[in-house]
Design a protein around this ligand. Structure first.
Ligand SMILES: C[S@@+](CC[C@H](N)C(=O)[O-])C[C@H]1O[C@@H](n2cnc3c(N)ncnc32)[C@H](O)[C@@H]1O
Length: 232
C-alpha cells in the first residue's frame, strides 16, 4: 500500500465523525511531532477516535521515529480501524487506563506531552502535576481547548493553565496560544518543574538542617581553637 501524504492524512482525520481535533489543529500537532529531536517519549492524554493520535503518529512514521503513547479511560469502537486505515498502527502504543494511574508507573523522560483528556479544572491540574515532571528541559507541553471553543471561554482550562503554567514564567516559556485553533503550547525551561510538595519541602528542610549543623560545628570548633590560642 503506498504511503499516505500529509494531505491525505488530514483529509482522513477530517472525515472521522467526532467533533474533536480539527484539520488545522491536526496539522499543527503533526508539526510539533515532526519537530521532536528524539530526546524522550511522546505522550498523548485523550485518544478518543484517534484524530490527534493519527496526526502525531504520521509525523513519527515519516521520520522513522518513536511510537505515540496514547492514554484513554476507554476504548473508542473505531480506534483500531482508524489507526489501521491511517497506516499508523505500528507507531501507536494504546494504553487504556486513567492518566494519573499510568503516570504512577511511568519512568521515561518525555519530549512531547499533549494533554486533551479530562478538561475539568482538577483534571488538568492533576495531569500537569503527574506528567510534567517527566518532561525534559526543552520538551513541549501542549493543551487543547485553550482558551475558547466556538467563542466560549473554557474557564477551567484557563484557570488550570494560569495556576500551573502562566504564573510560573521561571519554569515555562509560552511558545504559542490558540495555535492551529485552540492549542496552547509551552516549553519546559528549568530542570525541576513539579511544584514543591510536602515531600520535597521536607527534604529541603532536612538538607538545610544538615548544612547548618555542619556550619555550627565548624564555627564551634573554630572558636574553641581560637580561644585556646591555636589559631589567630
Ligand atoms: C476530547 S477527547 C480526546 C480527543 C482526541 N485527542 C482527538 O483530538 O481526537 C477526551 C478523551 O479523554 C478521555 N479522558 C478523560 N479523562 C481521562 C483521564 N483521566 N485519563 C485518561 N483519559 C481520559 C476521554 O475518555 C475522551 O476520550
Amino acid at each position: 500500500m503506498p504511503e499516505k501524504t500529509l494531505q491525505e492524512i488530514l483529509d482522513f482525520v477530517d472525515s472521522i465523525p467526532e467533533f474533536m481535533c480539527g484539520r488545522n489543529e491536526a496539522k499543527f500537532l503533526y508539526e510539533l511531532s515532526k519537530n521532536t529531536k528524539g530526546l524522550g517519549a511522546i505522550v498523548e492524554i485523550g485518544t478518543c477516535a484517534g484524530k490527534s493520535t493519527i496526526a502525531l503518529a504520521h509525523a513519527q512514521k515519516e521520520k522513522h521515529g518513536r511510537r505515540i503513547n496514547t492514554i484513554d479511560l476507554s476504548e473508542h469502537p473505531e480506534i483500531k480501524s482508524n489507526l489501521r486505515r491511517a497506516g499508523v498502527s505500528k507507531f501507536v502504543n494504546r494504553i487504556t487506563a486513567r492518566s494519573s494511574a499510568v503516570a504512577k508507573n511511568w519512568h521515561e523522560p518525555i519530549e512531547l506531552l499533549w494533554i486533551d483528556g479530562d478538561h475539568r479544572y482538577n483534571g488538568i491540574v492533576h495531569d500537569i502535576t503527574c506528567w510534567s515532571r517527566f518532561l525534559v528541559v526543552g520538551g513541549v507541553m501542549a493543551f487543547h481547548d485553550y482558551p475558547s471553543v466556538g467563542g466560549r471561554v473554557v474557564k477551567q482550562t484557563w484557570m488550570a493553565l494560569y495556576r500551573k503554567v502562566l504564573s510560573r514564567p521561571d519554569k515555562w516559556r509560552i511558545l504559542s496560544d490558540r495555535e492551529g485553533g485552540n492549542i496552547f503550547v509551552c516549553e519546559r525551561i528549568t530542570g525541576r518543574c513539579d511544584e514543591f510538595n510536602s515531600k520535597t519541602v521536607l527534604r529541603q528542610i532536612i538538607r538545610d538542617i544538615k548544612g547548618n549543623f555542619q556550619w555550627y560545628l565548624e564555627e564551634f570548633k573554630g572558636r574553641r581553637l581560637q580561644s585556646k590560642g591555636k589559631i589567630p
